[in-house]
Design a protein around this ligand. Structure first.
Ligand SMILES: [Ca+2]
Length: 297
């Protein structure tokens, strides 16, 4: 299908941009720690349209602020109907990160539904750091002051630079799905994932792996000490109707309430041996590390 500007304008006017929620889990326990909020166009003609079809159009035509607001509003409203606390991660466009008004807009939208900002993570990609760094730093600092967590999204792609990890006060770094996908077949991808996890830990960041599709990937990430993950293996993005049920399953949803232990140095050292890296990943070394609680939907 081809989406054009008129489609996006109409979708916004008709309130057809909706959030869906992909669970993010603790790799150690399998418990849901929160949800990444993802946008879909709920089109009568085309069904649920994926964001790569319309986000760039919204960005290029000054519509992204409205789009994000609609998604946030619906997500916070959904959370308000759930008795358990819930954590959301919301994607903010690099363009929006330039606007000093963004933090207040986020806070006002959250306040409207009594959503606590310390349960909200703002995900931004590295391209945000290339536009107007000083403005982005001010916006990020205000969001942090308001209590939001900050996550560096899709790390390892595009204009990745190690310096970016220190540019803003990030809490989390998300390892791009392309490395996770290739990890079971590509030695270099696995080494990159291992390096990012080690780097993240050395900077005090929580590491989150994207795009986990099979158990083998989840096992490797656990061995490497990655704290959290998301992807089809743990559950596809669900509509708000499923959010309450999934939240009830979660033993805890607030990151601060569920500190995850850093990987043991001994385990890290063992993984770095060449013998370990040559070992087929499908042969577990320690069965107790394999009790992943699959939460497919
Ligand atoms: Ca994201």
């Amino acid at each position: 299908m081809t989406v054009d500007t008129a489609h996006v304008i109409r979708a916004l006017e008709q309130d057809q941009i909706v959030p869906v929620y992909q669970p993010v889990v603790s790799l150690r326990t399998g418990d849901i720690t929160g949800f990444e909020v993802l946008a879909r166009w709920d089109s009568a003609e085309h069904g649920l349209v994926l964001p790569h079809n319309f986000i760039s159009i919204a960005e290029e035509n000054g519509l992204i602020g409205n789009l994000t607001h609609q998604v946030m509003q619906k997500a916070f409203r959904a959370a308000a109907g759930i008795p358990q606390p819930i954590c959301f991660a919301i994607n903010i466009s690099p363009i929006q990160m330039r606007y000093a008004s963004l933090p207040v807009q986020v806070r006002e939208t959250a306040d409207e539904f009594a959503f606590p900002l310390d349960h909200l993570t703002i995900e931004i990609t590295e391209s945000a750091l290339l536009i107007d760094l000083s403005r982005v730093q001010k916006v990020a600092a205000t969001l942090k002051d308001f209590g939001c967590r900050l996550s560096l999204d899709d790390f390892g792609t595009g204009f990745s630079s190690l310096r970016h990890l220190q540019t803003l006060p990030f809490n989390d770094v998300k390892i791009d799905r392309s490395f996770v996908n290739d990890m079971t077949t590509s030695h270099s991808s696995r080494k990159i994932v291992e390096a990012v996890i080690g780097l993240g830990h050395s900077l005090g960041l929580t590491t989150v792996a994207e795009g986990i599709e099979v158990e083998e990937q989840a096992q490797i990430l656990k061995w490497l000490g990655c704290e959290r993950g998301q992807g089809w293996f743990y559950g596809r993005a669900v509509p708000h109707q499923s959010l309450a049920d999934m939240t009830q399953q979660a033993s805890a949803t607030r990151p601060e309430a569920t500190p995850e232990p850093r990987p043991q140095p001994e385990a890290q050292t063992r993984l770095q041996t060449s013998r370990e890296l040559r070992r087929p990943v499908s042969q577990p070394r320690n069965p107790k590390h394999h009790s992943i609680n699959r939460r497919a939907t």
